[in-house]
Ligand binder design. Structure first.
Ligand SMILES: Cc1cc2ncn([C@H]3O[C@H](COP(=O)(O)O)[C@@H](O)[C@H]3O)c2cc1C
Ligand SMILES: O=C(O)c1cccnc1
Length: 350
């Protein structure tokens, strides 16, 4: 299985700088002072480099919501019970969650994947790729074996392959898993050395006392498992989650298919950091959507080398911030396709 993962990693190529340059040249022909559309221009250039098209049109877009449960919920680290994970999966499938609304607004599809929910779920629209029913409690033992983590990554990459084959060309990451801000904080600590007190946030909205306990649980998980800082797969397996591993696969799969992948909040960014450690070239296929309200998110983005497009004080996950940014990416594409040039409009240059 490790060999299959190596194949995915090796199939990721650098983005095409000639298209990045062509996009820059086109932007400078458009009827505006050079650089005046700011980050919208950065997006247009990056997307051109990724796709090999100066005027890309994303007819099919998908947010891949990976759902999995966390053994560490036994420790009382969330404001909500673990049953919410399967309940929300059904909500996604029925179109009623926040991500469904924002995806409809952006003309995107929500793909919900059961990568590790601790329940038997059946629904015609559910993508069934369960690796196991939830992780083990990382405060006591490794959350996953290395093999389980690799399998979850490969499942995530395979989902993107399936959708890319159907013509989807823009992806976003989304997560659902009660307890997953604890796992994401542990990944941040293990890979960057940041103190647990600066990595752990309020998640679904815990009070001060429970926050202090959550910090202790993360510290304990790191002490017991001793994840190796230089081995991202070890970190992912020991203190990560099935949906986080699945999202690592989504990111690698998108990069492999030369598709932009929009990274959502705290949990998705933990996956992005792992992906960037496993396959450094994957980082240039990522666009960071928003800066989550969750403490520690800025540090994760910094570690990957990404800058968020929006700061909306959102702290939900599901891919909500990422699909909101589909609108901006589509807008950047329209600028490239529809704006007049100085020559075509007869506007004088400086
Ligand atoms: C109703 C509901 C919908 C959600 N959608 C995303 N999350 C988010 O909250 C969870 C992480 O927070 P913690 O680590 O504190 O459990 C994840 O499931 C994440 O996707 C939700 C949480 C709830 C309660
Ligand atoms: O930033 C996120 O993705 C996030 C923050 C809190 C809870 N769930 C998700």
């Amino acid at each position: 299985m490790r060999q299959q993962l190596n194949q995915v990693i090796e199939s990721i190529k650098p983005i095409q700088h000639e298209f990045f340059e062509l996009a820059s040249q086109h932007l400078d022909q458009l009827t505006k002072p050079p650089g005046s559309l700011g980050k919208l221009e950065d997006i247009a250039r990056q997307v051109a480099g990724i796709t090999g098209e100066v005027m890309p049109l994303f007819n099919k877009k998908a947010v891949i919501v990976m759902a999995g449960d966390h053994g560490v919920c036994e420790e009382g680290v969330s404001a909500f019970p673990a049953e919410v994970t399967p309940q929300m999966v059904l909500n996604f499938l029925n179109g009623g969650a926040a991500v469904n609304v924002l995806a409809r607004h952006a003309g995107a599809d929500v793909v919900c994947v059961d990568i590790g929910v601790n329940a038997d779920l059946e629904h015609p629209a559910l993508v069934a790729r369960k690796v196991r029913k939830g992780t083990r409690n990382m405060a006591r033992e490794a959350a996953m074996t290395r093999e389980e983590a690799v399998q979850a990554i490969l499942e995530g990459a395979a989902v993107v392959d399936d959708y890319a084959a159907q013509g989807y060309s823009l992806f976003a990451t989304g997560d659902m898993g009660i307890g997953n801000t604890t796992a994401s904080a542990a990944i941040l600590c293990a890979l960057t050395g940041v103190d647990a007190g600066l990595a752990v946030g309020r998640g679904t909205g815990i009070d001060d006392e429970r926050w202090r306990h959550k910090v202790d649980v993360v510290k304990k998980a790191l002490e017991i498992n001793e994840p190796a800082k230089e081995d991202a797969l070890d970190v992912l397996a020991k203190v990560g989650g099935l949906e986080i591993a699945g999202l690592v696969g989504v990111i690698l799969g998108a990069a492999k298919n030369r598709c932009p992948v929009v990274i959502d909040g705290f949990i998705s960014s933990a996956a992005a950091l792992v992906a960037s450690k496993l396959a450094p070239l994957s980082a240039s296929y990522m666009l960071a959507s928003h800066l989550s309200h969750e403490q520690g998110h800025g540090k994760l983005l910094e570690a990957v080398g990404l800058e968020a497009m929006l700061q909306m004080d959102m702290r939900l996950g599901e891919g909500t911030g990422a699909v909101l940014c589909f609108n901006l990416i589509d807008a950047a594409g329209k600028i490239m396709r529809e704006m007049a040039t100085f020559d075509s409009a007869g506007v004088s240059r400086s």
